[in-house]
Design a protein around this ligand. Structure first.
Ligand SMILES: [Zn+2]
Length: 393
């Protein structure tokens, strides 16, 4: 056993080195012709490692490039994501392009946000909307019958590819992918969060995947198609989301959809916090003040926004985490201020000094900045008579 592990470790680091080397050459290439040749070799290698369960080598190559060569890192990350979420599959002896897509939605509620099995008729209905609005004529569609939280989605490149392969097989057989809820993690409870539907679109190789890519169709038909899908699939999901306010986002390839949802969740969470305080405690935005501060571990990871009542400089009654997602600290702070003002919260304190990335030892909740410059635990307002159930300690 030890010997095998040694061999596989040696091979793994040789793989990572080869991947990093190819990605560096790809990032230096000045022409699409040279790009294509490097990409072909990278795609072959990545696909082979994904299928054989050696995706650690891809992660190791990315770690190395993240430190040494950001351009090559981006190129390799793009290809690894694309290889994880798409594949060429064989149906009736003919090659087909298959893509894993995610349909994100943003939701908030005073109660627990659902993660749940989609009842058969509802799953069928969503499938109809995917086919009618998104898929090209003749493309096959399959849906996983579950509304997932982010913690329940496949995570590593290898897990994404395994999940995608199952959905692609379901599409080939014209069935749904059945999800076993017992195999999924219990999601972390948040006031506002993302939820996801996962589906596959499969089309004969080289043909259009999406309706708006078909010959003779105006490419701008995409805008109306996405709007119609969001409205109709959004309405269809209503029975699963009673007691929630929610917004369906545009479907996209798995990784791109997740990134966009993370981005859109930030402003949505601020809106949710302000709406929640109005709904649960009758605190209008004008009766609130917000405190913005950067929180760092080794570098600034996120901006946290503490919300307090206008007359209390110490207590924080609600908080929102705004992860940086690659953008600048200053730009994020400006964006948060603009979003708060748009919501009617005009009393804003911005702390320039950085807070340590702290969480509550008891419940794991993030600590939020207060106007006087301390990081504190968010607690619901005291004067309220009727308080919704919340963890107090
Ligand atoms: Zn706590």
């Amino acid at each position: 056993m030890r010997r095998n592990r040694y061999i596989s470790r040696a091979r793994h680091s040789a793989d990572a080195e080869t991947l990093a080397k190819l990605a560096r050459r790809l990032s230096e290439s000045g022409t699409r012709i040279e790009d294509r040749l490097w990409e072909r070799r990278l795609v072959e290698l990545i696909n082979d490692r994904l299928v054989r369960g050696f995706d650690d080598a891809i992660e190791a190559a990315l770690d190395e490039l993240a430190r040494s060569n950001p351009g090559a890192y981006d190129d390799l990350a793009d290809l690894a994501e694309s290889c994880a979420e798409s594949a060429t599959i064989d149906i009736d002896g003919k090659p087909h392009d298959a893509l894993l897509i995610a349909v994100p939605l943003l939701a908030w509620s005073r109660y627990k946000l659902p993660t749940t099995i989609l009842p058969g008729p509802l799953a069928d209905n969503i499938g109809v909307h995917l086919t009618a609005h998104l898929a090209a004529r003749g493309a096959r569609v399959a849906l996983a019958d579950y509304l997932f939280s982010i913690d329940q989605l496949p995570e590593s490149f290898g897990e994404v590819r395994d999940f995608a392969d199952k959905l692609f097989a379901a599409a080939a057989h014209g069935t749904r992918m059945k999800i076993d809820p017992k195999a999924l993690r219990e999601p972390v409870a948040m006031l506002a969060d993302t939820r996801y539907l996962l589906a596959a679109i499969v089309a004969p190789q080289g043909a259009a995947l999406f309706h708006w890519q078909e010959t003779g169709v105006d490419p701008d038909a995409k805008l109306a198609a996405i709007a119609a899908f969001r409205e109709q699939a959004g309405n269809a999901l209503q029975p699963l989301l009673t007691g929630c306010r929610y917004r369906l986002l545009a479907p996209n390839a798995f990784h791109a959809a997740l990134r966009q949802a993370d981005r859109d969740l930030r402003e949505f969470s601020l809106e949710a916090a302000v709406s929640y305080l109005k709904l649960a405690y009758e605190l209008a935005p004008s009766a609130l003040q917000a405190t913005i501060a950067p929180f760092e571990d080794k570098r600034v990871e996120e901006i946290r926004v503490g919300i307090s009542t206008a007359n209390d400089e110490d207590a924080v009654i609600e908080g929102v985490v705004w992860p940086l997602l690659g953008d600048e600290e200053d730009k994020a702070q400006e964006e948060i201020e603009a979003a708060l003002r748009a919501l009617g919260v005009n009393r804003i304190t911005t702390h320039a000094h950085r807070f340590p990335l702290e969480y509550c030892d008891d419940c794991g909740a993030p600590m939020f900045p207060n106007p006087t410059g301390h990081a504190v635990h968010a607690e619901p307002p005291e004067e309220s008579e009727e308080q919704p159930a919340r963890p107090l300690h």
